[in-house]
Design a protein around this ligand. Sequence first.
Ligand code: FAD
Ligand code: DHB
Length: 394
Amino acid sequence: MCAVRTQVGIVGAGPAGLMLALMLERAGVESVVIECRSREHVEQRVRAGLLEQNTVELMHELGVGERMAREGLVHEGIYLRRPGATERVDITGLTGRRITIYGQQELLKDLIAARLERGGEIRFGVTGTRLHDYDGERPRISFEQDGQSAELQCDVIAGCDGFHGVCRASVPAGALTEHEYVYPFAWLGILAQAAPTTDELIYGWHDRGFALYSMRSPTISRLYLQVPSDERIEDWSDERIWAELQARLASDGWRVGEGPVIDRGVTPMRSFVCEPLRHGRLFLLGDAAHIVPPTGAKGLNLAVNDARLLSAALGAWYSSGEEAGLAGYSTAALRRVWQVQDFSNYMTNLLHDLGGGPFQRRLQLARLEHLSRSRAAATSLAENYAGLPAAPDF
Ligand code: FAD
Ligand code: DHB
């Protein structure tokens, strides 16, 4: 068995794990990242695409923002569309903040490259990850790599292994409180080789259900449709997908730009939070600890925020023995998590067919109307969408 000693053992090379590794390195703290998938898999997996200004600023501070600055698309507003009306929410005018479109897998490519160039370790393709002794002072993580048993001996374990990972699941029953709401619908998402025919994202309300028009570059579009939660992707031909997008996003004299579909998938929609985000020397970050429905585009940004808070706490602990940051990590991270849960739930309820019939639909239209007439209402949406400014306790 090969045993390796490090300060922080990080499980999962997603946005949370990799940002944490880079921030710890900057604070002079050693870590090893283990990941059950291959590097290729992690770098190809199509997921989120919208970065808050907080995330963008952190990428620059860590010296990994150069390609994002070149290739990312900076947006200053979003459109809210309903049949017969499109209203623009002027995010930058209302908040002074900007958002950047940059695919999650592009961000991950940049983080992985920087981590390896700087001599940091990421062990891809591990199996059988198990956590041990994290209620004491010498936690361990055991796993197999290339048929060999291996062990990481560390001071602290960072569980960054996503919703289906082993970290949260290994905490004894009853030690964490879980809050969950599963929405009765899902999102069918496609990536298409098609020039976007919109300059900013369009969130579309329609009787037929919600649709979202996003993008990845001047030649690649990313689009989503609300579908029933048990929907089979095989039942959606390209023709059916485009026809539905055209119907739900319709506007006079305008069409969604069509092209070959290069990736597709169905994502269930849930809200989930476990509390607290710590058990002994195990800390939970990102999707391992909380899930938001994607309507507010927050999952990735929230994962990065957890990493920012935990790295600051660990940096203080290692440099001066100061425990307050670690003791306060869960409370600080959850403060934003619940704000973002509320906003993601609000955006989801505002725009999806919730199954409540015509009365509920008229209320949604009244809220959309209110957003177009009330600067206060639009400002509230805009400041949440752009991301509330980062703080040491938030
Ligand atoms: P993840 O990115 O899930 O990373 C966890 C990593 O841990 C993975 O690489 C995984 O392979 C690894 N891992 C798991 N188990 C183990 C183990 N036992 N040992 C070692 N490694 C392990 N958000 C949006 O805002 N908009 C979207 O459109 C959107 N679409 C999404 C589509 C899908 C299919 C999914 C799953 C999520 C989507 N999200 C979206 C959410 C967003 O991508 C996540 O919030 C974000 O990836 C969270 O980052 P993370 O680092 O916490 O977790
Ligand atoms: C994207 C995803 C979202 O969930 C969202 O609200 C906005 C954009 C995207 O993948 O581009």
